[in-house]
Ligand binder design. Structure first.
Ligand code: ACM
Length: 548
């Protein structure tokens, strides 16, 4: 029997053993015995959140030194009897793939965490943090657990809204709390270029065309290190060849003297020498930045770009990245270049049920933009073939379907209080049909019809949040929560869990969200109530918006 415990994502096996519950920290201190050589980040994480969430201090001691409340054992999964748990499917985002399987046993003498590695110990102690109740008691259970998919991520748009490093750290903590292991940073876009590039000083800094809020290399090194200590791998993305208006503003010579069809349409043309040199420089920079095997090439929405030029661009970029020893992850349009292979990852984002309404967009856009809209419609019309093409070439598919996993999709139902309702009307991308968190939860990676039909191998699951409508960290929190927790459950939990069960496990997390620095979250006023006023999102600025 599975007891009703506040565990999200749901572990593989949870069993009530009838053992007497254990109370931790009643003396104000919990002693944790760890094996020699356990990564310091594991116990630092546990100690930090034990104090902030539960108010007790943690004393870390080596095995055998004294009686411990929590004992962490790291050993071979065979020796620990964990080998019967299946390993994860998909693509491992780490440089050195890790075993995350663990067992947590609550016994009268304390809590035992048996882990197949340091990362598994981190996962097990995170589960323990979720298990401790407000009176510091841990119920008598045995939990055996491990992830369904190796790649479990969030793509964060830091281009449309800049989050200073301290705010990115908070996002990393939330990812770790939900056992997610990839932070994909969308570092560049048409609105801003957020990362220093050696030898390209006009992109960032004090130049009049530059983005003033950006990450220095030292900032990114700190973010990468902070994430790595929490077993989160940063996957940096420079979005090319489209989405580059900020770069063109800084370096007009990238145009090679050509005029764009519309100021909103710019792309790096493989026939323009300046654009080729720029691409080469930024790709080398991306390689130097990426802490893991993967770099993200972007490659989505190359509006206005001739197909052959796009193919050449993506093929050349892919070859360069491979020559530097990296593997490529790219948005789904990249499958049209026919160069990705089984070592790469295609990120599937244009979900089914995703009409591109040309007439509606034209009605809202100036006439000069209509040819661009027609061109975009042509690109979207190709989308249904992307996953089948990738699957046929053996390219694993990272599931980011905007239907379920775009967390900037507006919330459908009236929010629980007036302040939240005002925020609900303001945030979220106006071109997406609003959905409730429950609707966004009603799927499972293993049974997605469009992937099954294509015979696609699933790389993992990645939620994405685009920040055109985000003005503050609270706006971000409101869009992430509660949906990120649901996305994490899809990525980690093999079983198909249902919404009432998920939400009953999630409800007690509200206190943890604020302790983690997330002070806003969405809650519907009445479960399943439809928004009184449909279409409440501002549709006026259509142009900048359908252009993710
Ligand atoms: C995307 O939403 N343009 C990847």
């Amino acid at each position: 029997m599975t007891p009703d415990l506040p565990l999200v994502p749901l572990p593989s096996h949870v069993e009530a053993t009838g053992a007497t519950p254990v109370t931790l920290g009643h003396t104000g201190t919990v002693t944790v015995a760890v094996p020699r050589g356990l990564a310091q980040g594991v116990t630092d994480w546990f100690a930090t959140w034990a104090r902030r969430l539960h108010g007790f201090d943690v004393r870390v001691v080596p095995h055998g030194e004294s009686r411990a409340d929590v004992v962490v054992v790291v050993d071979d999964p065979e020796a620990l009897g964990l080998a019967h748990l299946p390993g994860p499917e998909g693509v491992d985002p780490r440089a050195a793939p890790a075993d995350e399987r663990y067992r947590l046993t609550v016994r009268p003498e304390g809590v035992l965490v048996e882990a197949a590695g340091d990362e598994a110990a981190f996962r097990g102690l995170t589960t323990l943090l979720q298990l401790v109740d407000p009176v510091l008691t841990v119920p008598g259970v045995t939990i055996e657990d491990g992830p369904a998919y190796a790649w479990r991520g969030l793509s964060l748009d830091v281009a449309r809204h800049f989050f200073p490093p301290e705010e990115v750290y908070r996002v990393v903590d939330l990812l770790a709390w939900y056992k997610l292991d990839v932070l994909h940073l969308h570092l560049t876009d048409s609105q801003a270029w957020r990362v220093e590039v050696t030898g390209r000083p006009r992109l960032t800094g004090t130049h009049p065309t530059a983005t003033a809020d950006f990450y220095s290399r030292a900032d990114l090194d700190r973010i990468i290190a902070y994430a790595a200590e929490r077993y989160v791998t940063v996957v940096p993305e420079f979005d090319v060849p489209g989405h580059v208006i900020a770069a063109f503003a800084a370096y007009p010579e990238l145009a090679g003297g050509t005029e764009p069809a519309h100021p909103y349409v710019r792309y790096l043309d493989p026939d323009v020498p300046e654009a080729v040199a720029f691409t080469r420089d930024v790709l080398h920079e991306l390689v130097d930045l990426a802490p893991g095997p993967f770099v993200h090439l972007g490659a989505d929405e190359p509006f206005g770009m001739p197909v052959q030029a796009y193919r050449r661009f993506v093929r050349d970029a892919h070859a360069l990245l491979r020559s530097r020893g990296k593997r490529v992850v790219a948005w789904q349009e990249a499958s049209r270049a026919d160069c990705l292979d089984g070592d790469d990852v295609l990120q599937y984002w244009i979900g089914p049920d995703n009409p591109f309404d040309v007439e509606q967009l034209k009605a809202r856009a100036p006439a000069a933009l209509h040819p661009v809209i027609d061109d975009a419609a042509g690109l979207f019309a190709l989308a249904p073939q992307d996953v089948p093409t990738a699957a046929a070439a053996g390219v694993p598919v990272l599931v980011s379907s905007n239907t379920m996993l775009y967390l900037d999709r507006p919330y459908a139902d009236v929010a629980a209080d007036e302040g939240a309702e005002q925020r609900r009307r303001r945030v979220g991308h106006g071109d997406y049909v609003a959905r409730s968190p429950e609707q966004a939860f009603a799927w499972h990676p293993s049974t997605l019809p469009e992937l099954a039909a294509a015979g696609a191998r699933i790389a993992g699951v990645e939620a994405a949040i685009w920040c055109e409508t985000v003005d503050s960290f609270d706006d971000l929190a409101f869009l992430l929560l509660p949906r990120l927790a649901g996305a994490a459950e899809k990525a980690w939990t093999r079983q198909v869990t249902d919404w009432p069960d998920h939400t009953s496990r999630l409800a007690p997390h509200a206190g943890a969200w604020s302790a983690l620095g997330f002070h806003a979250a969405y809650r519907a006023a009445v479960a399943n109530a439809r928004a009184v006023e449909q279409g409440s999102h501002d549709q006026a600025d259509a142009l900048g918006r359908w252009h993710h």
